[in-house]
Design a protein around this ligand. Structure first.
Ligand code: SAM
Length: 280
């Protein structure tokens, strides 16, 4: 294959490869290898430690589904926390909810924020909004130090490696419960059922032991491993499947809809089994 190609190895034996037009920035930060390249197919893309984080062309799927399912489930979210999310995409979607008064973002790596603003402006543009409080720090520590503070918490972290290892533990989910208000809820990206079945089974089990309402939903993200991406929702009170039609206000989206809000929870059998702790 002529030209320069970037390959993400999704397992030892399988990967995704894409043709590169230009390399914008490569830097080993204090936490991870940060690469931003321009691709022929997907526009500018951010990679961390060799893993696709986001692309200009398909980012809207993930960012809309992380943000709007919980933000339409909660009747009146005012204070929102994003753990990770340094590319700014989830924050951009959170700001589409006029009732949100403050959105706090805590990402451990300031370089992700800096270079996302420079090379991914269509994704990172909301980070300078007056409602947004951007903090560079460990999301695990922020959660440990928070109590009864947030209506919604969104965990938009890298995979459970390196700095994000602690963000997939039962202790972290217990901390999230403490950091949430009495009727709060959270969503965490929980990877894919083809290569991370054990992770999904464990996360769902841990969250189910802490939150009375625990659900799993999916979205199709072509540049993520397997293309079938999962999101775990844990809620102290509100159920995403019991949201009344009048709750959905007009919102500018390209993937999320009020019908998809519920349909996303209809799972293929092998994923449903995972969510319920059965399967392999
Ligand atoms: N959408 C991507 C995904 O699903 O893999 C995540 C994108 S976002 C860029 C991931 C962010 O998590 C990175 O900016 C990384 O610095 C941040 N992160 C990793 N571990 C963290 C931690 N312990 N506290 C806060 N942020 C963390």
């Amino acid at each position: 294959m002529a030209g320069l190609w970037y390959t993400e190895k999704q397992t030892e034996n399988f990967g995704i490869t894409m043709k590169i037009k230009k390399t914008h920035h490569v830097e080993q930060t204090d936490f991870q290898l940060l690469e931003i390249v321009e691709t022929e197919e997907w526009g500018n893309m951010l990679f961390l430690d060799g893993m696709v984080m986001t692309s200009e062309r398909d980012e809207f799927v993930y960012h809309e589904m992380v943000a709007h399912v919980p933000l339409f489930t909660h009747p009146d979210p005012k204070k929102v926390l994003v753990v990770g999310g340094g590319d700014g995409g989830v924050i951009r979607e959170v700001l589409k909810h006029p009732g949100v008064e403050q959105a706090v973002l805590v990402d451990i790596d300031g370089k992700v924020i800096e270079y996302s603003k420079e090379y991914l402006p269509s994704i990172a543009g909301g980070l300078d909004d007056p409602r947004v409080d951007v903090q560079v720090g460990d999301g695990f520590m922020h959660i440990a130090e928070s109590e009864n503070e947030y209506d919604v918490i969104l965990v938009d972290s890298t995979e459970p490696v390196g700095p994000a290892v602690n963000l997939f533990t039962k202790g972290f989910y217990a901390g999230i419960s403490k950091a949430l208000k009495e009727d709060g809820l959270f969503v965490a990206q929980s990877d894919n059922p083809w290569f991370k079945a054990d992770l999904i089974r464990q996360v769902q089990k841990d969250v189910r032991e802490i939150f009375p309402v625990t659900r799993l939903y999916t979205a199709n993200i072509p540049t993520y491993p397997s293309g079938l991406w999962c999101f775990t929702l844990g809620s102290k009170k509100y159920d995403p499947l019991e949201v009344e039609a009048d709750r959905f206000h007009e919102i500018d989206t390209k993937y999320y809809t009020d019908e998809l809000h519920k349909a996303a929870f209809v799972l293929p059998k092998f994923v449903k089994d995972l969510a319920e702790g059965e399967g392999e």
